[in-house]
Design a protein around this ligand. Structure first.
Ligand code: PEP
Ligand code: MN
Length: 333
């Protein structure tokens, strides 16, 4: 349920109404926009008398939100959310590129890639330390040691870090990781979602291999329902009957999610296509479609990568993609 306040409502009147809602056992999410203030009410609103609230002097309208996702809903928060990751903003017109290897493999590798992507236009460094692999015999990541190497790369470049978490018991290891990624395979790991929801860390939530946008939004709602509002959504390709590409990039997810939610939307063209030469056109298309950012896999020696080499760009290739994306964005203004 949302209550839209009239323009002339004073802070005192607003706070009084918020207090009253809270006394009714509801949680109130206040969204102060440029043109209107929206109070989002979460909890059992059945006992709220719509007519009574609607008749209050400061209330413009009162609406029940029929969608099961509330905090994520754009009706709850009409303006785009802008998420600040250690000084790097994303959303609401702020575009950010996250780049780095699929997995951290050595100190030399992560430092070289970090410097390369930073020079090429990335503002955040990604690197997997805990890797969800289809085969139990494949490289699973350097784990805690990988996190330490990422920290060294951050000390070297100053770039905020993005890394995937697979187990809530590992949260203590992610203290210096700025953005915890919930991968496609864990999009509906509800205990993990609740655990990261209890922290104030930014969460990059990837869409599951075979999940609808509504399911993605419900997973984001799990995180936000615990109090963490710093959520970035990521479309990374979905399973279809097509096998030429690794997955099928659902670019319409960008305008669709923009309608439904205020959260920033990032596109991962690397996992979506699985093919390095397709990253550039899809990255440009994502920017043109209105995405708030990109996540691109970059390796200093893709042919020798321990994971996802086929879809990884070299730092030089990445710099060209970032430049083309910059030009697309410039042309859109
Ligand atoms: C990744 O980003 O390294 C990854 C494993 O991606 P996804 O969860 O989208 O497969
Ligand atoms: Mn990968």
């Amino acid at each position: 349920m949302i209550t839209v306040l009239k323009n002339g409502a004073t802070a005192e009147q607003r706070d009084k109404l918020i207090k009253w809602f809270e006394q009714q056992g509801l949680k109130v999410n206040v969204s102060v926009g440029e043109f209107q203030t929206v109070l989002g009410l979460v909890g059992d609103t059945t006992q709220i008398d719509d007519e009574l609230v609607g008749s209050l002097e400061i209330v413009e309208t009162i609406k029940r939100i029929s969608e099961p996702y509330k905090r994520v809903n754009r009706k709850f928060h009409p303006d785009d959310s802008v998420i600040d990751v250690n000084g790097v903003k994303i959303g609401g017109g702020n575009f950010a590129i996250i780049a780095g290897p699929c997995s951290v493999e050595s100190k030399e590798q992560i430092i070289e890639v970090a410097r390369g992507v930073q020079a090429g236009g990335a503002s955040m460094l990604r690197g997997g330390a805990f890797k969800p692999r289809t085969s139990p015999y494949d490289f699973q990541g350097m784990k805690a040691e990988g996190i330490e190497l990422l920290e060294e790369a951050k000390a070297d470049t100053g770039m905020p870090l993005v890394s995937e978490i697979m187990n809530a018991n590992h949260l203590h290891l992610f203290e210096n990781i700025d953005v915890v990624q919930i991968g496609a395979r864990n999009m509906q790991n509800f205990e993990l979602l609740k655990a990261v929801g209890k922290t104030d860390k930014t969460v990059l939530l990837k869409r599951g291999l075979a999940n609808t946008l509504k399911e993605l939004l419900m997973s984001a709602e799990y995180i936000m329902a615990e109090g963490n509002e710093n959520v970035i959504l990521c479309e990374r390709g979905i399973r279809t009957f097509e096998t030429y590409t690794r997955n099928t990039l659902d670019l319409s997810a960008v305008p669709a999610l923009k309608e439904l939610t205020h959260l920033p939307v990032v596109i991962d063209p690397s996992h979506a296509t699985g093919i390095a030469r397709m990253v550039e056109p899809m990255a440009m298309a994502a920017a043109a479609a209105g995405a708030d950012g990109l996540m691109i896999e970059v390796h200093n020696n893709p042919a020798a990568a321990l994971c996802d080499g086929k879809q990884s760009l070299t730092p030089e290739q990445f710099a060209r993609v970032a430049e083309k994306v910059r030009r697309i964005r410039e042309a859109m203004i």
